[in-house]
Design a protein around this ligand. Structure first.
Ligand code: MN
Length: 706
């Protein structure tokens, strides 16, 4: 069992100058505050804060963190206030306890908006002081270690949250051992049987593996000592959850998870790291493409190491990690290693680089769900390093494209980017950048971002800038559409547009809970409310019939130049032909206001319309303006007997009707039928009906439908 004396002993072992009195005082205060409480399994509550402080001492953290660990539940669970803590322990510890109290009111359920927001708050607190999250980790770790005392439902919830949020975050902070323990504990809590089974199998295999590891180790150690290079060599074996993930991802049983043998060599200096690398490569052939130098180019979570894989004795692959002791400390402890010495060194550069990343992320993304995605998504950003035309190095997550690069330079460069060159050669915008590429962005002042970019950009910055642009653009279009619809409705009521300048507008705005006319237009343009409703509020019709729920009447309006669709006399409205029913001129049609994208035109008999009509406010009356020469695409599905010449006859019939086929798909079934899907350029409904009749009369045709 943990005791305060053992805790103090541990702290003094790495920090002889620790403020022992402070820690004792925190212990006594916490014990008093929690004296009436018990843990679920029945032990005194103080065991929990003591265990949390013990984990923090394992991480070799400063006195304030240890004390805050002891006090972390006092404000949340007892009558203590943050002010009490401040008075007793000063503002540094009070800040930590306060931040933890706020976090403990947070229960995340993954992916849900509200919880995501809380998660964001957690990272905000962390970006002010990383120790908050370290204490939170220690708290969660002890809760996970004792999770067997909880109900199954609670176990499941806490474990999946640990797996979804805490483990990736620990990894992001570079605390490798913590991620592994989080993952294995969660795995065990959720699937105890599978875990037990795997544990047995791994133990069995371990014996063989260690035999092999020892063999390699001996060869290496001998060479190193002959060369006079001091080194520690350790074998590594994959953790349980890692094996399980491989089994799931590759759909293979345990026996087939071929766990690559891994060895880690730690030495004193960087130049010895490279010497060791040379020795390994001279002993065994290297596996191409597996060598990585994270010493000269560290990962953004400060990780440094050399990685290489060779074909070892007996033809097995062996993975090596080579690093200095200092680098190893950072690889294992991540951000915690930096805090360790903070007590007197101040914050070092690498630490602030991480915090800068975090602050940037917090600043960049206001949407909580998106934020959670980002943190999870950028958990281990493998990095590419590319050059700007000035020769500056840019660091981007692996998979980044020229568009990501452009947005990392400036939002406007991103928006206006039309092309890119890598090493002087033109590359597509979706090209994946490689380390060492010299990238040049080609811009055009009139260019605008494309929604398609979202499919391939990987940086959060690019994603959020593009989305922001689209949002603004959709709003502009909705204002335009909303304005047109309202103005037309006012005219239809026989009123003057000047009514929009009267005080009545304020009442209407208030009624629809908007502050500005522009927002009202947006609501109309998005189809949330109808222009009819608005104008009725503005100037109630005396003879108010049941018209409210009806579609406005068709108005025949002379058509000017422009498109082929008229919306109640409004021209130049952005519209799309629905891809579900492909209406052609002459068909009975209805318009549906699509959020931010203007109007989509459906055939009146379109089966989707029934579903859309739930939103009756968004349906508007439209008509074809007149016969035009413009053709519209429409689709025909034809079923026939599968016999030679069918397709040739079909296409010659269609072209003799003066109709273009823009695409054609043909399939045959096992029962000797042929199915054709044709996209045709049709001038109007009567042309289409004629064509369908002609096709139906063809020999061997079974069915024709749109
Ligand atoms: Mn706790």
């Amino acid at each position: 069992m943990k005791t305060i004396n053992k805790l103090i002993e541990k702290v003094l072992s790495y920090n002889p100058k620790a403020d022992v009195d402070q820690i004792k005082k925190a212990y006594i205060f916490s014990r008093e505050a929690h004296c009436s409480q018990k843990r679920v399994e029945g032990s005194p509550y103080i065991h929990h804060p003591l265990a949390v402080a013990d984990v923090l001492a394992d991480m070799k953290l400063d006195t304030a963190t240890i004390a805050a660990g002891l006090l972390h539940d006092t404000v949340e669970d007892t009558g203590t206030s943050t002010d009490d803590i401040k008075e007793m322990f000063g503002s540094e510890i009070a800040f930590l306890v306060d931040a933890l109290t706020k976090l403990s009111r947070v229960e995340f359920k993954t992916r849900e908006e509200a919880q995501a927001e809380n998660f964001r708050k957690m990272l905000l607190a962390m970006s002010k002081d990383v120790r908050v999250i370290l204490i939170k980790f220690a708290d969660r770790l002890h809760n996970m270690r004792t999770i067997k005392h909880l109900s199954e439902e609670k176990r499941r919830r806490i474990a999946s949250e640990t797996l979804d949020i805490y483990a990736p975050l620990a990894n992001r902070l570079g605390i490798g051992w913590l991620r592994i323990e989080f993952e294995d504990l969660s795995f065990k809590a959720v699937m105890p049987d599978l875990f037990g089974d795997l544990q047995k199998k791994v133990a069995k295999r371990k014996e063989e593996q260690y035999k092999y590891i020892d063999e390699v180790k001996n060869i290496i150690s001998e060479k190193l000592s002959a060369a006079g290079i001091p080194a520690k060599v350790k074998g590594r074996i994959k953790h349980y959850y890692g094996i399980y993930q491989k089994m799931v991802q590759q759909k293979i049983p345990f026996e087939q998870v071929n766990d690559v043998i891994g060895l880690r060599i730690m030495t004193d200096t960087v130049s010895h790291c490279y010497d060791i690398l040379g020795i390994i490569h001279s002993l065994w052939p290297l596996v191409p493409g597996r060598f990585k130098d994270f010493i000269s180019l560290p990962k953004s979570n400060m990780y440094q190491s050399l990685h290489t894989t060779v074909v070892g004795p007996g033809g097995d692959r062996v993975e090596f990690q080579i690093r200095t002791e200092d680098m190893n400390e950072i690889a294992e402890e991540g951000i915690a290693a930096h805090w360790r010495y903070k007590e007197r060194d101040g914050i070092d550069k690498k630490n602030s680089r991480f915090i800068a990343w975090l602050r940037e992320l917090v600043k960049e993304i206001s949407d909580a769900t998106e934020f959670l995605e980002a943190v999870k998504g950028e958990v281990v950003p493998e990095t590419v390093y590319v050059f700007t035309p000035n020769g500056d190095i840019k660091e981007l997550p692996a998979g980044s494209t020229p568009v990501d690069f452009a947005y990392s330079i400036h939002t406007q460069v991103g928006h206006k980017c039309v092309g890119a060159k890598a090493n002087g050669r033109i590359v597509p915008l979706r090209y994946k950048l490689n380390s060492g590429d010299a990238v040049e962005i080609i811009t055009s002042p009139s260019h605008i971002p494309s929604r398609d970019w979202l499919k391939f950009v990987v940086t959060q910055r690019a994603k959020s800038r593009i989305k922001q642009w689209i949002k603004t653009e959709e709003r502009k279009q909705s204002i335009e559409l909303g304005t047109k619809l309202v103005e037309e409705e006012i005219r239809r009521h026989g009123l003057s547009l000047s009514i929009l300048k009267t005080e009545k507008v304020d009442e209407v705005l208030k009624y629809f809970s908007h502050s500005f006319l522009e927002d009202l237009y947006v609501s109309i343009g998005y189809g949330k409310i109808s222009a009819h409703q608005v104008v009725n509020r503005l100037a109630p019709e005396k003879t108010e019939k049941t018209e409210e729920m009806e579609l406005p009447k068709l108005t025949k309006t002379p058509k000017e130049k422009g498109g082929v669709i008229t919306i109640k006399g409004i021209d130049n409205v952005l519209y799309h032909v629905a891809k579900c029913c492909f209406p052609v001129p002459g068909d009975q049609i209805v318009g549906f206001i699509t959020k931010g994208k203007g109007v989509t035109i459906h055939r009146k008999e379109c089966s989707n319309l029934e579903r859309l009509a739930v939103d009756i406010e968004r349906l508007i009356d439209v008509e074809w303006s007149r016969d035009t020469d413009i053709t519209s695409p429409t689709r025909l599905y034809i079923e026939s007997i599968d016999k030679p010449g069918m397709l040739a006859n079909l296409s010659s019939l269609i072209s003799s009707a003066d109709v273009n086929i823009s695409s054609l798909k043909a399939n045959s079934t096992h029962d000797k039928r042929a199915l054709f899907e044709l996209t045709l350029e049709i001038r109007n409904r009567s042309q289409l009906i004629n064509l369908v009749n002609k096709i139906s009369q063809m020999d061997g045709i079974l069915n024709v439908r749109r």
